[in-house]
Design a protein around this ligand. Structure first.
Ligand code: NAP
Ligand code: HSE
Length: 436
Protein backbone atom coordinates (compact mmCIF):
# COMPACT_ATOMS: atom_id res chain seq x y z
CA UNK A 1 0.00 0.00 0.00
CA UNK A 2 1.04 3.59 -0.59
CA UNK A 3 3.03 4.99 2.38
CA UNK A 4 1.43 7.66 4.57
CA UNK A 5 3.33 10.94 4.54
CA UNK A 6 3.52 12.98 7.72
CA UNK A 7 4.18 16.70 8.07
CA UNK A 8 5.45 17.92 11.42
CA UNK A 9 4.82 21.40 12.74
CA UNK A 10 7.55 21.71 15.38
CA UNK A 11 10.73 19.69 15.67
CA UNK A 12 11.75 20.38 19.27
CA UNK A 13 11.73 17.96 22.23
CA UNK A 14 8.68 15.94 21.16
CA UNK A 15 9.12 16.48 17.40
CA UNK A 16 12.64 15.03 17.30
CA UNK A 17 11.53 12.15 19.56
CA UNK A 18 8.68 11.42 17.14
CA UNK A 19 10.97 11.35 14.10
CA UNK A 20 13.46 9.09 15.91
CA UNK A 21 10.78 6.61 17.01
CA UNK A 22 9.21 6.58 13.52
CA UNK A 23 12.60 5.80 11.98
CA UNK A 24 13.91 3.36 14.58
CA UNK A 25 10.70 1.29 14.76
CA UNK A 26 9.66 1.75 11.12
CA UNK A 27 9.30 -1.98 10.49
CA UNK A 28 7.25 -2.71 13.64
CA UNK A 29 5.12 0.37 12.96
CA UNK A 30 4.31 -0.62 9.36
CA UNK A 31 3.49 -4.19 10.51
CA UNK A 32 0.99 -2.65 12.94
CA UNK A 33 -0.43 0.10 10.73
CA UNK A 34 -0.45 -1.88 7.49
CA UNK A 35 1.43 0.93 5.73
CA UNK A 36 4.71 2.76 6.06
CA UNK A 37 4.55 6.08 7.93
CA UNK A 38 7.16 8.50 6.61
CA UNK A 39 8.03 11.86 8.18
CA UNK A 40 8.44 14.09 5.14
CA UNK A 41 8.45 17.78 6.03
CA UNK A 42 8.86 19.76 9.26
CA UNK A 43 8.25 23.41 10.12
CA UNK A 44 10.56 25.03 12.67
CA UNK A 45 11.32 28.55 13.81
CA UNK A 46 15.08 28.43 13.24
CA UNK A 47 15.92 26.47 10.10
CA UNK A 48 19.67 26.68 10.78
CA UNK A 49 19.46 24.80 14.13
CA UNK A 50 21.10 21.35 14.20
CA UNK A 51 18.53 18.63 15.07
CA UNK A 52 19.00 15.20 16.61
CA UNK A 53 17.02 13.28 13.97
CA UNK A 54 19.59 10.76 12.69
CA UNK A 55 19.42 10.26 8.93
CA UNK A 56 15.79 11.37 8.50
CA UNK A 57 15.26 12.83 5.05
CA UNK A 58 13.10 15.82 5.95
CA UNK A 59 12.25 19.01 4.09
CA UNK A 60 12.74 21.80 6.65
CA UNK A 61 10.68 24.98 6.34
CA UNK A 62 10.10 28.08 8.47
CA UNK A 63 6.52 28.33 7.25
CA UNK A 64 4.07 26.06 9.14
CA UNK A 65 1.33 26.83 6.59
CA UNK A 66 3.52 25.16 3.93
CA UNK A 67 3.03 21.93 5.91
CA UNK A 68 -0.73 22.47 6.32
CA UNK A 69 -1.09 23.11 2.56
CA UNK A 70 1.38 20.50 1.27
CA UNK A 71 -0.44 18.33 -1.30
CA UNK A 72 1.56 15.14 -0.51
CA UNK A 73 0.97 15.24 3.25
CA UNK A 74 -1.78 13.03 4.70
CA UNK A 75 -1.36 13.73 8.42
CA UNK A 76 -0.18 16.87 10.24
CA UNK A 77 1.56 16.32 13.57
CA UNK A 78 1.38 19.55 15.56
CA UNK A 79 4.20 19.72 18.13
CA UNK A 80 4.77 23.46 18.19
CA UNK A 81 2.77 24.52 21.27
CA UNK A 82 0.86 27.76 21.84
CA UNK A 83 -2.77 28.29 20.95
CA UNK A 84 -3.45 30.93 18.30
CA UNK A 85 -1.01 30.09 15.48
CA UNK A 86 -1.37 26.37 16.19
CA UNK A 87 -5.16 26.74 15.90
CA UNK A 88 -4.90 28.56 12.55
CA UNK A 89 -2.60 25.86 11.16
CA UNK A 90 -4.77 23.01 12.35
CA UNK A 91 -7.98 24.60 11.05
CA UNK A 92 -6.32 25.13 7.66
CA UNK A 93 -5.04 21.54 7.58
CA UNK A 94 -8.52 20.23 8.48
CA UNK A 95 -10.04 22.37 5.71
CA UNK A 96 -7.49 20.74 3.39
CA UNK A 97 -8.77 17.30 4.44
CA UNK A 98 -5.71 16.32 6.48
CA UNK A 99 -5.85 14.27 9.68
CA UNK A 100 -4.25 15.78 12.78
CA UNK A 101 -2.19 14.46 15.67
CA UNK A 102 -1.36 16.98 18.42
CA UNK A 103 0.34 16.91 21.83
CA UNK A 104 -0.88 20.44 22.55
CA UNK A 105 -3.11 20.35 25.64
CA UNK A 106 -3.56 24.13 25.76
CA UNK A 107 -4.82 24.12 22.17
CA UNK A 108 -7.24 21.21 22.73
CA UNK A 109 -8.52 22.59 26.06
CA UNK A 110 -9.16 26.06 24.64
CA UNK A 111 -10.05 25.51 20.96
CA UNK A 112 -10.92 21.79 20.97
CA UNK A 113 -14.71 22.22 20.59
CA UNK A 114 -14.33 24.18 17.31
CA UNK A 115 -11.49 21.94 16.11
CA UNK A 116 -13.52 18.72 16.62
CA UNK A 117 -16.57 20.27 15.01
CA UNK A 118 -14.52 21.25 11.93
CA UNK A 119 -12.90 17.80 11.86
CA UNK A 120 -16.34 16.17 11.97
CA UNK A 121 -17.58 18.30 9.05
CA UNK A 122 -14.45 17.50 7.01
CA UNK A 123 -14.44 13.82 7.97
CA UNK A 124 -10.94 13.88 9.41
CA UNK A 125 -9.52 12.64 12.73
CA UNK A 126 -7.90 14.78 15.40
CA UNK A 127 -5.92 12.57 17.81
CA UNK A 128 -4.46 13.95 21.05
CA UNK A 129 -3.24 11.10 23.29
CA UNK A 130 0.06 12.89 24.01
CA UNK A 131 -1.74 16.01 25.26
CA UNK A 132 -2.49 14.40 28.64
CA UNK A 133 0.12 12.65 30.75
CA UNK A 134 2.70 12.30 27.93
CA UNK A 135 3.49 8.63 27.50
CA UNK A 136 0.56 7.19 29.50
CA UNK A 137 -2.21 6.01 27.15
CA UNK A 138 -4.90 7.37 29.45
CA UNK A 139 -7.08 8.95 26.74
CA UNK A 140 -7.42 5.57 25.06
CA UNK A 141 -8.02 3.86 28.42
CA UNK A 142 -10.88 6.19 29.35
CA UNK A 143 -12.37 6.63 25.88
CA UNK A 144 -12.23 2.99 24.83
CA UNK A 145 -11.09 0.67 27.64
CA UNK A 146 -13.60 2.05 30.16
CA UNK A 147 -16.41 2.69 27.67
CA UNK A 148 -18.80 0.38 29.53
CA UNK A 149 -18.64 2.48 32.69
CA UNK A 150 -20.45 5.45 34.09
CA UNK A 151 -17.37 7.29 35.31
CA UNK A 152 -17.92 8.77 38.77
CA UNK A 153 -14.64 10.60 39.32
CA UNK A 154 -11.03 10.86 38.27
CA UNK A 155 -8.04 12.34 40.00
CA UNK A 156 -4.58 12.76 38.60
CA UNK A 157 -1.06 13.93 39.17
CA UNK A 158 -0.89 15.37 35.68
CA UNK A 159 1.98 17.82 35.90
CA UNK A 160 5.41 16.25 36.27
CA UNK A 161 7.18 19.51 37.10
CA UNK A 162 4.86 20.22 40.02
CA UNK A 163 5.19 16.67 41.31
CA UNK A 164 8.97 16.86 41.04
CA UNK A 165 8.96 20.08 43.09
CA UNK A 166 6.66 18.67 45.80
CA UNK A 167 8.68 15.45 46.03
CA UNK A 168 11.93 17.43 46.27
CA UNK A 169 10.50 19.74 48.96
CA UNK A 170 9.93 16.61 51.04
CA UNK A 171 13.25 14.86 50.33
CA UNK A 172 15.39 18.01 50.59
CA UNK A 173 13.39 19.48 53.51
CA UNK A 174 13.15 22.73 51.56
CA UNK A 175 10.62 25.40 50.73
CA UNK A 176 9.04 25.94 47.32
CA UNK A 177 11.32 28.75 46.09
CA UNK A 178 14.60 26.87 46.74
CA UNK A 179 13.37 23.71 45.04
CA UNK A 180 12.01 25.59 42.03
CA UNK A 181 15.46 27.08 41.40
CA UNK A 182 16.99 23.61 41.58
CA UNK A 183 14.32 22.17 39.23
CA UNK A 184 15.13 24.92 36.72
CA UNK A 185 18.86 24.18 36.96
CA UNK A 186 18.17 20.48 36.32
CA UNK A 187 15.97 21.34 33.31
CA UNK A 188 12.76 19.95 34.88
CA UNK A 189 11.10 23.36 35.20
CA UNK A 190 11.01 25.91 32.42
CA UNK A 191 12.53 29.39 32.75
CA UNK A 192 8.94 30.65 33.00
CA UNK A 193 7.36 27.98 35.19
CA UNK A 194 3.97 29.74 35.56
CA UNK A 195 1.85 27.18 33.65
CA UNK A 196 3.28 24.30 35.69
CA UNK A 197 3.43 25.77 39.21
CA UNK A 198 0.19 27.77 39.00
CA UNK A 199 -1.77 24.70 37.86
CA UNK A 200 -2.69 26.01 34.40
CA UNK A 201 -1.03 23.09 32.56
CA UNK A 202 -2.87 20.65 34.85
CA UNK A 203 -6.14 22.55 34.25
CA UNK A 204 -5.69 22.15 30.47
CA UNK A 205 -5.23 18.40 30.93
CA UNK A 206 -8.10 18.09 33.41
CA UNK A 207 -10.41 19.87 30.95
CA UNK A 208 -9.67 17.15 28.39
CA UNK A 209 -9.96 14.25 30.86
CA UNK A 210 -13.29 15.49 32.24
CA UNK A 211 -14.69 15.88 28.77
CA UNK A 212 -13.95 12.32 27.70
CA UNK A 213 -14.94 10.89 31.11
CA UNK A 214 -18.36 12.55 31.37
CA UNK A 215 -19.20 13.39 27.76
CA UNK A 216 -19.26 17.16 28.28
CA UNK A 217 -17.87 19.91 26.04
CA UNK A 218 -14.37 21.20 26.82
CA UNK A 219 -14.75 23.97 29.42
CA UNK A 220 -11.31 25.17 30.46
CA UNK A 221 -12.66 28.49 31.78
CA UNK A 222 -14.75 26.63 34.40
CA UNK A 223 -11.84 24.79 36.03
CA UNK A 224 -10.98 26.08 39.51
CA UNK A 225 -7.18 26.38 39.54
CA UNK A 226 -4.82 26.77 42.45
CA UNK A 227 -1.05 26.20 42.19
CA UNK A 228 1.63 24.99 44.58
CA UNK A 229 3.46 28.27 45.15
CA UNK A 230 1.94 28.87 48.61
CA UNK A 231 3.05 25.51 50.03
CA UNK A 232 6.02 25.28 52.36
CA UNK A 233 8.00 22.54 54.05
CA UNK A 234 6.01 22.94 57.31
CA UNK A 235 2.81 21.93 55.46
CA UNK A 236 4.52 18.77 54.25
CA UNK A 237 5.72 17.92 57.79
CA UNK A 238 2.30 18.66 59.34
CA UNK A 239 0.57 16.50 56.72
CA UNK A 240 3.10 13.72 57.30
CA UNK A 241 2.51 13.82 61.09
CA UNK A 242 -1.21 13.33 60.42
CA UNK A 243 -0.58 10.43 57.99
CA UNK A 244 -0.95 12.32 54.68
CA UNK A 245 1.11 13.44 51.68
CA UNK A 246 0.44 16.62 49.72
CA UNK A 247 0.02 16.15 45.97
CA UNK A 248 -1.04 18.63 43.32
CA UNK A 249 -4.13 17.00 41.85
CA UNK A 250 -6.54 17.58 39.02
CA UNK A 251 -9.97 16.31 40.15
CA UNK A 252 -13.18 15.81 38.23
CA UNK A 253 -16.19 14.45 40.12
CA UNK A 254 -19.76 13.80 39.12
CA UNK A 255 -22.22 14.88 41.84
CA UNK A 256 -26.02 15.04 41.90
CA UNK A 257 -25.95 18.82 41.29
CA UNK A 258 -23.16 19.03 38.69
CA UNK A 259 -19.52 18.35 38.01
CA UNK A 260 -16.63 19.44 40.21
CA UNK A 261 -13.58 20.46 38.16
CA UNK A 262 -10.65 21.56 40.26
CA UNK A 263 -6.86 21.68 40.38
CA UNK A 264 -5.23 22.29 43.75
CA UNK A 265 -2.80 20.90 46.35
CA UNK A 266 -4.47 18.01 48.17
CA UNK A 267 -3.76 15.98 51.30
CA UNK A 268 -4.06 12.26 50.50
CA UNK A 269 -3.65 9.40 53.02
CA UNK A 270 -0.07 8.11 52.70
CA UNK A 271 -1.15 4.54 52.05
CA UNK A 272 -2.97 5.40 48.80
CA UNK A 273 -1.02 4.35 45.70
CA UNK A 274 -1.37 7.83 44.18
CA UNK A 275 0.22 9.42 47.28
CA UNK A 276 3.37 7.45 46.41
CA UNK A 277 3.78 8.73 42.85
CA UNK A 278 6.98 10.71 43.04
CA UNK A 279 9.35 12.86 41.00
CA UNK A 280 8.30 13.70 37.45
CA UNK A 281 5.99 10.68 37.15
CA UNK A 282 2.26 11.10 36.44
CA UNK A 283 -0.68 8.95 37.55
CA UNK A 284 -4.40 9.13 36.96
CA UNK A 285 -7.01 7.29 39.05
CA UNK A 286 -10.34 6.70 37.36
CA UNK A 287 -13.38 5.38 39.18
CA UNK A 288 -16.04 3.73 37.05
CA UNK A 289 -19.23 2.14 38.37
CA UNK A 290 -18.40 -1.26 36.87
CA UNK A 291 -14.62 -1.45 37.13
CA UNK A 292 -14.22 0.40 40.45
CA UNK A 293 -10.96 2.31 40.81
CA UNK A 294 -8.11 1.84 38.35
CA UNK A 295 -4.86 3.77 38.06
CA UNK A 296 -2.66 4.64 35.07
CA UNK A 297 0.98 5.45 35.88
CA UNK A 298 4.01 6.43 33.86
CA UNK A 299 6.13 9.21 32.40
CA UNK A 300 4.06 12.33 31.81
CA UNK A 301 6.64 14.09 29.65
CA UNK A 302 9.94 13.70 27.82
CA UNK A 303 10.97 13.35 24.21
CA UNK A 304 10.41 9.65 23.46
CA UNK A 305 7.77 8.91 26.14
CA UNK A 306 5.60 11.63 24.58
CA UNK A 307 6.56 10.47 21.07
CA UNK A 308 5.29 7.02 22.08
CA UNK A 309 1.78 8.49 22.33
CA UNK A 310 2.16 10.62 19.20
CA UNK A 311 3.21 7.62 17.11
CA UNK A 312 0.45 5.44 18.59
CA UNK A 313 -2.03 8.11 17.48
CA UNK A 314 -0.46 8.12 14.01
CA UNK A 315 -0.92 4.35 13.77
CA UNK A 316 -4.56 4.68 14.90
CA UNK A 317 -5.17 7.38 12.30
CA UNK A 318 -3.62 5.28 9.54
CA UNK A 319 -5.68 2.24 10.52
CA UNK A 320 -8.92 4.22 10.31
CA UNK A 321 -8.07 6.29 7.20
CA UNK A 322 -10.83 4.81 5.12
CA UNK A 323 -13.63 4.90 7.70
CA UNK A 324 -16.08 7.78 8.10
CA UNK A 325 -16.70 9.55 11.39
CA UNK A 326 -19.79 7.50 12.14
CA UNK A 327 -17.58 4.43 12.36
CA UNK A 328 -14.80 5.94 14.43
CA UNK A 329 -14.30 6.46 18.16
CA UNK A 330 -15.76 9.96 18.75
CA UNK A 331 -13.17 12.64 19.57
CA UNK A 332 -14.63 13.28 23.02
CA UNK A 333 -15.63 9.62 23.58
CA UNK A 334 -19.37 10.34 23.27
CA UNK A 335 -21.27 11.05 20.05
CA UNK A 336 -20.97 14.82 19.39
CA UNK A 337 -24.76 15.30 19.32
CA UNK A 338 -25.08 13.48 22.67
CA UNK A 339 -22.78 15.64 24.79
CA UNK A 340 -24.28 16.57 28.16
CA UNK A 341 -24.95 20.12 29.40
CA UNK A 342 -24.64 19.11 33.06
CA UNK A 343 -23.30 22.24 34.84
CA UNK A 344 -19.79 22.67 36.20
CA UNK A 345 -20.11 23.64 39.85
CA UNK A 346 -18.53 26.83 41.20
CA UNK A 347 -15.82 26.11 43.78
CA UNK A 348 -18.12 27.31 46.61
CA UNK A 349 -20.39 24.31 45.89
CA UNK A 350 -17.78 21.55 46.03
CA UNK A 351 -17.58 19.25 49.02
CA UNK A 352 -14.46 17.90 50.69
CA UNK A 353 -12.54 17.72 53.96
CA UNK A 354 -10.00 20.40 54.90
CA UNK A 355 -6.64 20.83 56.59
CA UNK A 356 -6.26 24.17 58.38
CA UNK A 357 -3.04 25.58 59.79
CA UNK A 358 -3.32 28.72 61.90
CA UNK A 359 -0.93 30.64 64.07
CA UNK A 360 -2.80 31.59 67.24
CA UNK A 361 -2.05 33.01 70.69
CA UNK A 362 -1.47 30.23 73.23
CA UNK A 363 -3.99 31.44 75.83
CA UNK A 364 -7.28 30.25 77.34
CA UNK A 365 -10.39 30.30 75.18
CA UNK A 366 -8.69 30.49 71.76
CA UNK A 367 -9.43 26.90 70.73
CA UNK A 368 -12.96 27.29 72.12
CA UNK A 369 -13.51 30.28 69.75
CA UNK A 370 -12.09 28.31 66.82
CA UNK A 371 -14.21 25.21 67.40
CA UNK A 372 -17.35 27.34 68.01
CA UNK A 373 -16.94 29.12 64.64
CA UNK A 374 -16.46 25.80 62.83
CA UNK A 375 -19.39 24.26 64.74
CA UNK A 376 -21.68 27.19 63.85
CA UNK A 377 -20.99 26.45 60.17
CA UNK A 378 -21.84 22.78 60.73
CA UNK A 379 -18.20 21.78 60.22
CA UNK A 380 -17.15 18.78 62.24
CA UNK A 381 -13.54 18.35 63.40
CA UNK A 382 -11.76 15.08 62.64
CA UNK A 383 -8.48 15.93 64.41
CA UNK A 384 -6.94 18.92 66.15
CA UNK A 385 -3.38 19.43 67.32
CA UNK A 386 -1.55 22.35 68.88
CA UNK A 387 2.20 22.37 68.34
CA UNK A 388 5.36 24.47 68.43
CA UNK A 389 4.57 27.34 70.82
CA UNK A 390 7.14 30.05 70.15
CA UNK A 391 8.62 31.00 73.54
CA UNK A 392 9.12 34.64 72.50
CA UNK A 393 5.76 35.34 70.87
CA UNK A 394 3.66 32.73 72.69
CA UNK A 395 2.14 31.89 69.30
CA UNK A 396 1.32 28.25 68.57
CA UNK A 397 0.64 26.39 65.34
CA UNK A 398 -2.83 24.87 65.47
CA UNK A 399 -3.52 22.15 62.92
CA UNK A 400 -7.11 21.06 62.28
CA UNK A 401 -8.49 18.34 60.03
CA UNK A 402 -12.19 18.72 59.36
CA UNK A 403 -14.74 16.26 58.07
CA UNK A 404 -16.32 16.77 54.67
CA UNK A 405 -18.23 20.03 54.24
CA UNK A 406 -19.34 22.42 51.54
CA UNK A 407 -16.60 24.91 50.51
CA UNK A 408 -19.01 27.84 51.02
CA UNK A 409 -19.32 26.92 54.72
CA UNK A 410 -15.55 26.65 55.03
CA UNK A 411 -15.08 30.06 53.36
CA UNK A 412 -17.52 31.66 55.85
CA UNK A 413 -15.74 29.98 58.76
CA UNK A 414 -12.33 31.13 57.46
CA UNK A 415 -13.60 34.72 57.19
CA UNK A 416 -14.59 34.66 60.86
CA UNK A 417 -11.49 32.76 62.02
CA UNK A 418 -9.19 35.21 60.26
CA UNK A 419 -10.88 38.05 62.16
CA UNK A 420 -10.21 36.56 65.61
CA UNK A 421 -7.74 38.86 67.42
CA UNK A 422 -5.86 35.81 68.71
CA UNK A 423 -5.24 34.48 65.17
CA UNK A 424 -2.30 36.08 63.36
CA UNK A 425 -1.45 35.71 59.64
CA UNK A 426 -3.84 34.23 57.09
CA UNK A 427 -4.98 30.69 57.88
CA UNK A 428 -3.56 28.09 55.48
CA UNK A 429 -6.29 25.88 54.01
CA UNK A 430 -5.59 22.74 51.95
CA UNK A 431 -8.29 20.38 50.69
CA UNK A 432 -8.23 16.71 51.70
CA UNK A 433 -9.36 13.71 49.62
CA UNK A 434 -9.58 10.09 50.78
CA UNK A 435 -10.40 8.09 47.61
CA UNK A 436 -12.01 5.26 49.53
P1 NAP B 1 9.72 22.66 21.99
O1 NAP B 1 10.85 21.78 22.32
O2 NAP B 1 9.77 24.07 22.42
O3 NAP B 1 9.49 22.60 20.40
C1 NAP B 1 8.67 23.48 19.72
C2 NAP B 1 8.97 23.39 18.26
O4 NAP B 1 8.11 24.26 17.54
C3 NAP B 1 10.41 23.83 17.90
O5 NAP B 1 10.95 22.98 16.94
C4 NAP B 1 10.23 25.25 17.35
O6 NAP B 1 11.20 25.59 16.38
C5 NAP B 1 8.88 25.09 16.67
N1 NAP B 1 8.18 26.37 16.54
C6 NAP B 1 7.84 27.22 17.52
N2 NAP B 1 7.22 28.30 17.01
C7 NAP B 1 7.20 28.14 15.67
C8 NAP B 1 6.72 28.90 14.58
N3 NAP B 1 6.12 30.09 14.77
N4 NAP B 1 6.86 28.41 13.34
C9 NAP B 1 7.47 27.21 13.13
N5 NAP B 1 7.94 26.43 14.12
C10 NAP B 1 7.80 26.90 15.36
O7 NAP B 1 8.34 22.07 22.57
P2 NAP B 1 8.04 20.58 23.00
O8 NAP B 1 8.47 20.38 24.40
O9 NAP B 1 8.49 19.63 21.95
O10 NAP B 1 6.43 20.62 23.06
C11 NAP B 1 5.65 20.61 21.89
C12 NAP B 1 4.18 20.41 22.26
O11 NAP B 1 4.02 19.19 22.95
C13 NAP B 1 3.63 21.49 23.21
O12 NAP B 1 2.28 21.72 22.91
C14 NAP B 1 3.76 20.83 24.58
O13 NAP B 1 2.82 21.33 25.52
C15 NAP B 1 3.43 19.40 24.23
N6 NAP B 1 3.97 18.42 25.14
C16 NAP B 1 5.30 18.44 25.47
C17 NAP B 1 5.81 17.46 26.30
C18 NAP B 1 7.26 17.44 26.67
O14 NAP B 1 7.68 16.55 27.40
N7 NAP B 1 8.08 18.35 26.19
C19 NAP B 1 4.96 16.47 26.81
C20 NAP B 1 3.61 16.45 26.43
C21 NAP B 1 3.13 17.44 25.59
P3 NAP B 1 12.77 25.72 16.77
O15 NAP B 1 13.21 24.33 17.10
O16 NAP B 1 13.41 26.25 15.57
O17 NAP B 1 12.81 26.62 17.96
N1 HSE C 1 5.13 20.80 31.65
C1 HSE C 1 4.47 19.52 31.60
C2 HSE C 1 4.72 18.76 32.90
C3 HSE C 1 4.99 18.74 30.40
O1 HSE C 1 5.57 19.16 33.70
O2 HSE C 1 4.03 17.78 33.16
C4 HSE C 1 4.10 17.63 29.98
O3 HSE C 1 2.84 18.04 29.60
Amino acid sequence: MKPVRVGLVGLGTVGTGTVKVLLRNADEISRRAGRQIIPTIAAVKDTSKKRDIGNADLIITADPMEVANHPDIDVIVELMGGTELANQIIMKAIENGKHIVSANKALIAIHGNEIFSAAHSNNVIVAFEAAVAGGIPVIKAIREGLAANRIEWLAGIINGTGNFILTSMESLQSNFGDVLTQAQELGYAEADPTFDVEGIDAAHKLTILASIAFGIPLQFDKVYTEGITQLNYDDIVNADDLGYRIKHLGLAKRTTSGIELRVHPTLIPKQRLIANVNGVMNAIMVHGDAVGSSMYYGPGAGSEPTASSVVADLIDVVRTFTTDHENRVPHLAFQPDRLSDIPILPISEIQCAYYLNMKAANKPGVLADVTRILGDQGISIEAIEQKRTDTDTQLADVIILTNKTKEAFMLDALDQLNQLPSVVDQIKRIRVEYFN
